[in-house]
Design a protein around this ligand. Structure first.
Ligand code: ADP
Ligand code: MG
Length: 701
């Protein structure tokens, strides 16, 4: 949101939409301060802040008017709630006092419902009721809690906003009303009538009014659709413009691939590429020969062999007398890539170096000098190190690994650095759900590798709950360890807390050596140990001098020990789905069958759904979609801050269909050039206002 000084402009002639909230009637300085906590400073910000929730009271019925089997809503106060055990499990039952009669609400096997349904609280129950023993029953109704503040004066559709402490619902509504009075008429519509009509959209002015003060659900829905449509369309047009800009950069190096170069590169690998890898290579080669800068996202499931594809691209650059760089987000990953690449290149004349923060300053300077004067062909390093004012003599291909830990903004920073546009290949460690991909990476061309190198086995994954199952799992594991296999034990944290019994790696390491792993050689690896020690332990594990290591998620990436085929994840419910999938990818690397045990005592529906999804599927693409559905974009992207999208109110999960629709519309507008016509000038202006800086779009042209 805009935080510039001109946002507070109150000079005559300034748009009423930019008026600071404290100047609105009925909003003093104190309330303005509360609103600021909600990131609301000026009138238009209030207008764009959609209600969090809406209650449809138009369809509330009295129990006497209910009809069997139709979707209906009743309103009342909880009289009493109880839970009892039946042969089929726990049954929670509540009695809702609707004034003239009671109805019953029933929940099977959902014990957590009981404390929610406190006597005296007011609710809406929506569902299809059945009559039993003279009383209407709602089984698992949809619930909405009512507060005293929920203004029912018009008895129609009640909007509810996200609040902050000290600000009440009716006060917020007064602010919204004042904002509508003050700025509602100044809203300009960035879409032409014709375009709006073609996309079944109502006018923006009407939409803003109706979303805040709807008279029916239909009004509310059409208003909401219009606002979300604009939110997503503007974002997608920005992405499409950025894509067009990339496509127009035609000063990229021409990197030809002859049959001779191709076979020289392939000879370096001790295996033939898979069909998926070959397809990816073909797409990349076409880009490198096009004269236009490649801007491509390579996504593949863990273990599918992205590194090989990246190496191919870099070697094409080097064969054409250009340089190549591979950037990883962490030192550990950079080192892992370095080892792989250095291994494949053994005996080749490619001049190469690893550049990380742990080198001495003088060594780092030396490498930088060699990059700048062209004495190095290939550099592997962390992004931080490489971006610190490094220049390349002749950069041809840049590979960015695990880009999803960074955002659109970070990516453009790199691309803007060198004058001649290098070809950029972005790789992600885990597949990204389609809708996220469309937004975060919508400006990139997409290559997916969907197959795996031959001989990979599906990892057997089981959820383990209760003492008996745990004992059996450990018996199984000990047997395999005796046969020479190796084990990872993954803990959610380094230090557990005595009080909560959390599984901390340090404690688990001590405990297991007294109990389940007594007599075996066990190591400990986590992020707080110093690097030499950690590397030494990993090396010992790799060499078979340790039977097991207890670790945190530091082993998530960059560990490749084919003989390690067993994994125990403690408190598995505390990890993300994609993260668990990535973790178990560590034990699918050799000839022996891998077994992953997800220990979890949590039986919330969310934990159950997540862990079952993992038991059922071994497809990273499928799992990523599920993870996204269950946890939202921030968590899937790994870091909440970077994962946040600059959207006003759209939600990528809930509004998935609208996302596709606006994506198509945006691509058409930009590709056809209609976006540059007078009809769409206001839309383009709106897009640039919101995204020019973030997406590095020029204000003109
Ligand atoms: P990821 O896509 O997870 O980064 P890697 O590039 O690390 O996968 O590859 C995983 C493993 O598979 C590595 O040990 C690599 O050498 C091996 N590998 C890659 N491609 C092939 C192939 N075509 N045939 C056999 N093994 C392969
Ligand atoms: Mg990899």
């Amino acid at each position: 949101m805009s935080q510039d000084l001109d946002a507070f402009d109150t000079s005559p002639g300034a748009s009423p939409l930019k008026t600071a909230l404290r100047f609105l009637s009925g909003v003093g300085a104190a309330r303005a301060a509360l609103l600021e906590k909600l990131d609301l400073r000026v009138v238009e910000e209030v207008l764009w802040r959609l209600p969090r929730d809406v209650l449809d009271l138009t369809r509330v019925k009295s129990p006497a008017d209910l009809v069997e089997g139709e979707l209906q809503t009743v309103r009342g106060v909880i009289a009493e709630t109880d839970a009892r055990e039946t042969r089929k499990g726990t049954l929670v039952a509540t009695l809702l006092d609707c004034g003239d009669d009671f109805v019953r609400g029933l929940w099977f096997n959902a014990p957590w419902m009981r404390p929610k349904l406190q006597p005296g609280t007011r609710w809406l129950f929506s569902g299809k009721p059945k009559k039993k023993d003279g009383r209407w029953e709602f089984s698992h109704p949809r619930l909405q809690m009512l507060s005293e503040d929920d203004d029912e004066s018009h008895g129609g559709v009640v909007t509810r906003y996200g609040l902050t402490e000290g600000l009440r619902q009716h006060e917020m509504k007064r602010v919204v009303h004042a904002a509508l009075e003050h700025g509602g008429d100044s809203i300009a519509d960035p879409l032409s009538e014709e375009f709006a009509k073609a996309n079944s959209l109502i006018s923006l002015k009407t939409a803003v009014r109706q979303v805040h003060e709807p008279r029916s659900m239909a009004e509310y829905e059409s208003a909401r659709r219009r606002l979300l449509f604009d939110d997503l369309l503007e974002f997608q047009v920005g992405v499409a413009l950025r894509r067009r800009l990339w496509g127009r950069r035609s000063n990229a190096p021409l990197l030809p691939v002859t049959a001779k170069i191709d076979s020289r590169i392939r000879r370096l690998f001790p295996f033939a590429l898979t069909a998926g890898q070959n397809a990816a290579v073909r797409e990349i080669v076409a880009d490198l020969q096009s004269g236009r800068a490649m801007h491509r996202l390579l996504q593949a499931d863990v273990g599918a062999g992205k590194t090989v594809v990246a190496i191919y691209a870099m070697l094409v650059a080097i064969a054409a007398q250009h340089q190549a760089v591979l950037m990883a987000p962490t030192e550990l990953l950079a080192l892992q890539h370095w080892r792989t690449i250095d291994g494949f290149l053994e005996g080749s004349r490619v001049r190469r170096a690893l550049l990380t923060g742990s080198l001495t300053e003088s060594k780092r300077r030396e490498i930088r000098d060699q990059m700048a004067n062209g004495e190095l062909d290939l550099v592997v390093g962390t992004q931080a190190v490489i971006q610190e004012g490094v220049s390349f003599a002749k950069l041809g291909v840049a590979v960015i690994d695990e880009q999803h830990k960074f955002g659109v903004a970070q990516r453009s920073k790199f691309a803007g650095q060198s004058s001649a546009a290098p070809h950029v290949l972005v790789m992600t460690a885990t597949p990204i759900p389609r809708s996220l991909c469309l937004t975060q990476f919508g400006d990139l061309d997409l290559t997916s590798v969907r197959d795996q190198p031959p001989g990979r086995q599906r990892i057997v994954t089981s959820r383990v709950t209760g003492a008996t199952s745990r004992r059996k799992a450990w018996e199984f594991i000990r047997l395999r360890l005796q046969q020479g296999r190796q084990l990872y034990v993954v803990c959610p944290v380094i230090d557990g807390e005595e009080s909560t019994g959390r599984a901390g790696a340090s404690q688990v390491f001590e405990q297991l050596q007294q109990t389940e792993l007594a007599g075996l050689r066990v190591g400990l690896v986590h992020g707080q140990l110093d690097r030499d020690q950690r590397d030494q332990t990993m090396e010992d594990f790799r060499n078979g001098e340790l039977d097991a290591i207890v670790a945190t998620t530091v082993i998530e990436v960059g560990v490749d020990v084919p003989n390690a085929t067993l994994m125990v994840v403690l408190e598995a419910e505390r990890f993300g789905l994609s993260q668990l999938h990535q973790l178990r990818g560590r034990i699918g690397r050799g000839v022996h069958q891998g077994y992953c045990f997800l220990f979890s005592e949590s039986n919330t529906p969310e934990a159950t759904a997540r862990l079952s999804a993992l038991e059922a599927s071994s497809d990273g693409f499928e799992i990523a979609e599920k993870d996204f559905e269950l946890r939202g974009p921030g968590d899937v992207l790994g870091t909440r801050q970077h994962g946040e999208l600059p959207l006003r109110s759209a939600d990528l999960i809930r509004d998935k269909d609208l996302l596709e629709e606006t994506r198509t519309a945006a691509m058409q507008l930009v590709e056809s050039g209609r976006i540059d016509t007078a009809e769409f000038a206001p839309l383009k202006l709106a897009v640039l206002d919101r995204f020019a800086e973030l997406m590095e779009l020029p204000r003109t042209g």
